[in-house]
Design a protein around this ligand. Structure first.
Ligand code: AMP
Length: 359
């Protein structure tokens, strides 16, 4: 593909904080962003060059949008298949929409990862209370029941504990198609945020170590405190996944680290076909942020350096009323504050983040 020229327009599906930070990063390099979202007050609308407020299934609006942009990308993985199909008829979509089918369904995603020779939790397809009972028999307790589609931040999940009625648990997830996963006794959660360019160049950031609170990412530390061999294996796993998916853009792969006697083993949990919360530290803490990297990749440009600034970098999400302390954070030397411009503060809502670099 010929690289787009500065002044080109990148279409972004979704208008949340990820789209906002993509638009800001693109603007620095002279790229315009056209944001498409059905949510009228989405935070990316404040900072983009052009906007479409329409439903993701409004085919006339999609066609008009695609005709005005040079390439389409997305900030979330639940883009309907039909939306991607309509857009692809008009302009390139990156990462390619086959990746959406892979990452929208936990069962297909796990089968794909296993097919590459990488480890995942043990899993079983669950369609009803009977198949759940058989799956629990096979995988044991505790185990975790997850809806195959539309789960995030712990939503669409239920833990199968020692007691508890299986039929009720299944019904509690709305009767949707699920998978049961064996419980992984991890010592830490890490992620690899990396990018693959249109020419197949691959660059990863330092492996990140993530701590969740109430199922939502709370802090990310880079580099993760894992052995060099584990860090290399984690990056290689992400490289293999991105290569096999013929991926273009930033990808994040979430993994569990499990200790087996003296060694650490990796278990792949989830693939995000987009910029990722665990990569926010790169805005202040790396030579090229993940947002710039994604814009470079989808524009057909060379990737930038992923080198880290400082000895380590820590990112903390500002969730709900955490962001009320913005004045204090502004006054703190070395605290890099990012606020997403969301009009309403709600519990559990990501309102901003703060990054601190240890020099
Ligand atoms: P997920 O939506 O798959 O990213 O899961 C959300 C969080 O639940 C993960 O970050 C883990 O903390 C926990 N979790 C998910 N799956 C498992 C598993 N199979 N074993 C242990 N913990 C898990």
């Amino acid at each position: 593909m010929t690289p787009l020229a500065p002044g080109a327009t990148i279409g972004v599906l979704g208008g949340g904080q990820l789209a906002r930070m993509l638009a800001l990063a693109g603007a620095r390099l002279g790229l315009k962003t056209h944001v498409y979202s059905p949510v009228a007050d989405d935070p990316a609308f404040d900072v983009c060059a052009a906007q479409t407020r329409a439903d993701f299934l409004d085919e006339a609006a999609l066609a008009a949008f695609a005709d005005k942009v040079d390439v389409v990308t997305y900030e979330f993985e639940n883009v309907p298949a039909r939306t991607a199909e309509v857009l692809e008829a008009h302009c390139p979509v990156r990462p390619n929409p086959r990746v959406l089918a892979l990452t929208q369904d936990r069962l297909i995603e796990k089968q794909f990862v296993r097919g590459l020779g990488l480890s995942t939790a043990e899993f079983a397809d669950v369609r009803d209370a009977q198949t759940l009972a058989a799956a629990v028999e096979a995988l044991g307790r505790p185990s975790i029941l997850k809806t195959r589609r539309f789960g995030y931040d712990g939503k669409g999940q239920a833990r199968i504990a020692d007691n508890g009625d299986l039929a009720l648990t299944f019904a509690g997830l709305g009767g949707a198609a699920c998978i049961l996963e064996s419980y992984v006794p991890f010592i830490k959660e890490i992620s690899v945020v990396a990018a693959r360019s249109a020419t197949g160049e691959f660059r990863a950031y330092d492996v990140c170590e993530n701590v969740h609170e109430h199922h939502i990412l709370a802090t990310t530390m880079a580099p993760a405190a894992v052995s060099p061999a584990t860090a290399t294996a984690a990056v290689e796993a992400a490289r293999r996944i991105a290569g096999a998916a013929d991926y273009v853009g930033v990808i994040a792969v979430e993994m569990f680290v499990v200790r087996r006697e003296e060694t650490e083993e990796l278990v792949i949990n989830e693939i995000a076909p987009r910029v990722h919360n665990s990569g926010h530290w790169t805005l202040d803490g790396a030579e090229t942020s993940q947002f710039e990297q994604h814009m470079r990749a989808v524009a057909g440009w060379p990737l930038g350096s992923t080198r880290r600034h400082g000895v380590s970098v820590r990112m903390r999400n500002l969730i709900g009323h955490d962001a009320d302390h913005w004045l204090q954070l502004l006054a703190e030397d070395g605290a890099c504050l990012h606020l997403y411009g969301k009009s309403e503060t709600r519990d559990g809502r990501k309102m901003g983040h703060v990054t601190r670099i240890e020099r």
